[in-house]
Design a binder for this molecule. Sequence first.
Ligand SMILES: [Mn+2]
Length: 579
Amino acid sequence: MKKWFLHTKKADFDEIGAKYYISPIVARILRNRGLTDDKQIRMYLHGTLADCYNASLLTDMERTVEILEEKIRTRKKIRVIGDYDVDGICSTYILVKALQERGAVVDAAIPHRIRDGYGLNESLIEEAAADGIDTILTCDNGIAAISQIALAKELGMTVLVTDHHEIAFTEKDGQRIYELPAADAVVDPKCPTDTNHPENAYPFPGICGAVVAWKLAGLLHPQNSPLIREDFLQIAALATVCDVMELKDENRIIVREGLRLMTNTTQVGLRALLKVTGLWGKEITAYHLGFVLGPCLNATGRLDTASRALGLLQSTSKEEAIRIAQELADLNESRKQMTQEGVENAIGLAEEQLSREGHPDKVLVLYLPQLHESLAGIVAGKIREKYTRPAFILTDGEDSVKGSGRSIDGYDMYAEMTRCRDLFLKYGGHKMAAGLSILPENVTVLRQRLNTNCTLSEEELIDKIYIDVALPFRYADEALMAQLKLLEPWGNGNSKPVFAQKNVQVLESRIVGKNHNVLKLRLRDEAGCVREAVYFDEVQSFAEFLSQNPGQPVSVLYYPSINEYLGSRTIELIITDWC
Ligand SMILES: [Mn+2]
């Protein structure tokens, strides 16, 4: 169920507009996003890479660099251990290349999804020891690998952790006691602040593993080298979007600058991937990173081995890059089909439970033994969206049940799982997403415990849409659209503005498109301004309403876009919801 809310935050929008040379409409949108002080607004509108935070503010960063410098000088063997998702692959690429360019003796290992599971495990540590590795450098993982890192230390290796996941904790008398691995250095923007030196706290903990890696690389190379400012920056931007980090603060700058470079990228692997996905020559947006490029790189970690995706990024030959990119794109196509089936089965299960019990659990725990375990996360995301509640999708792994969860605002998934930690074989993650393995006999208990502990109210289970501005159609023009460009890139944590208009007359409507999935409309607002519009969501039900209620005015949520047809440009409103 969707419910509309109008932002009612007050400020002098004309004054803010005049001060920053923006329209009062844009000023209002900034206010709606919680941007109030000068520094925030300036960083949002005009932030550059120079506004990104100093890497040394991350705990242990300087120590990590010192140790690495020493290892490079003494030609010790370093192994970078990443992870199999996009962020893990991107951070591995950045650290390996940064070290190689400094002449280090370095190689990489990425855990195999099925054989190894998530992150560091004992066999990766033992392999490293057997290969005579002196130093393990983790990225996008390691923070939760307490026992594995203890083993590496026992075997005499140096261990440097770089990660961005939550720090494990236990609760005692309502106090959180954090548990860090016994590595030689631990770099993680979520490390609890040293209470004696609060000024050292990293200002924005919401960065991904690849951004942590990029910052470390920046200390190993001069900041203005093209490697840091171009190649790695684009890869860090890609990982930020694919790891679903919020496009706020420095993340937004990293993604905006990375996207700008990507349109003309000289990164051989990226260029090949843009070519085979038909995006070369187009303006690349965060949507393309998250929904076209990312899934191709993930396809390997999911259905094959992630080293192919790493190979793509490391590729120096155009021909080789195109070949790998094409393989990845093909794999992704087959994965899409399997995902679709998985989503249908999961919905079937949720509906069955709903019809049996009259109300669905607030936290959905759906067990689909047949689903490929690599797809659990994507399916959980779709189920979370459909039912607006936290969802766990569990499947049969090699030797236990494995699963992924996706959460909603107001439900700290990692903390809630921590309250049931006795049920898991392994778990880890964030507020919004997590992974786990569990014995089959504990699945039902998990479902019950999560739901008993859940304090989400009915109110929190409503899909809320916040309207930025009630805006008559005549203001939705090209000048406004040019201003809205300042607010890009859109994505998680920085969504497209939502405009609304009530008492809209539908002058004309017709269903078009090969699959009858587009509703074309001509709309007139209260002031008499007429605009073309399109609607893509539940086309049939809107069309039915219109034919049964001719002449009845409707309210719409919309966003303006440009429709270019036979050389003429017209404003077209994209309708996102109606009532
Ligand atoms: Mn990550």
